[in-house]
Design a protein around this ligand. Structure first.
Ligand code: CA
Length: 219
């Protein structure tokens, strides 16, 4: 999953980026509001983490712009403790949730999962198509009796496929779920991850569509 982080505080930003990478998100970090708007126009994200006090364009104006262009893109705002009015305005402008700084990374990750879940296919936290299942909280996957904990990148890849069962995802599609802007994409990374996931879960867990990409079956 690809996440945009708009945060001008270097320490908070760097800590969130590290934690999100460890939790298998591809994350792009921008430090002002104008760049945040540009990024949402040029990339497709599953979620935006939006600081409200941003240089160039204020976070609330970023949120307004995002909502005009994309009704459904989930946004979690990050605010200071004393900024009650801003939090209320943010929620009224269509933010999905908020976190008060300083926050615990574990809570941020849990709220992200909850917002993504609400926006997606309903209340179940488990992604699956019947035979293949994936738990975002633990990264445990199962496929017809095989069970394994996936690495962060294996998880990111399988999650991308399970979010769109029946759709064929190309190498570029999958790379977009796994790597943020500043990360070097290793050649053959996608093939390697497919290989290691199949080794853990069985060869039939992911289907190869020759010359086009990969897919998991619809339920
Ligand atoms: Ca700020």
């Amino acid at each position: 999953m690809r996440v945009l982080l708009a945060e001008d505080d270097k320490m908070i930003g760097a800590a969130v980026v590290e934690a999100l990478k460890d939790a298998a998100y591809a994350v792009d970090w921008v430090r002002d509001g104008g760049l945040a708007i540009e990024a949402t126009r040029s990339e497709s994200y599953h979620l935006v983490l939006l600081d409200l006090g941003l240089p160039a364009v204020d976070g609330l104006d970023v949120l307004k712009t995002i909502r005009v262009a994309n009704i459904k893109l989930p946004v979690i705002i990050l605010t200071a403790r004393d900024a009650l009015d801003d939090r209320v305005r943010g929620l009224d402008l269509g933010a999905d949730d908020y976190l008060i700084k300083p926050f615990e990374i574990q809570e941020l990750l849990a709220r992200m999962r909850a917002v993504i879940r609400r926006e997606g296919s309903g209340a179940s936290p488990i992604l699956g198509n019947g035979r293949l299942q994936l738990d975002p909280a633990t990264r445990e996957a199962s496929f017809v009796g095989e069970r394994a904990i996936l690495s962060a990148r294996e998880f990111a890849l399988l999650q991308a496929l399970l979010l769109r069962p029946g759709a064929i995802l190309s190498r570029a599609d999958l790379e977009g779920h796994i790597y943020g802007w500043n990360e070097e994409v290793e050649s053959n990374a996608v093939e390697f991850l497919i290989h290691t996931i199949r080794k853990k879960l069985g060869a039939l867990a992911i289907r190869n569509v020759r010359g086009v990409g990969w897919m998991v079956d619809r339920a």
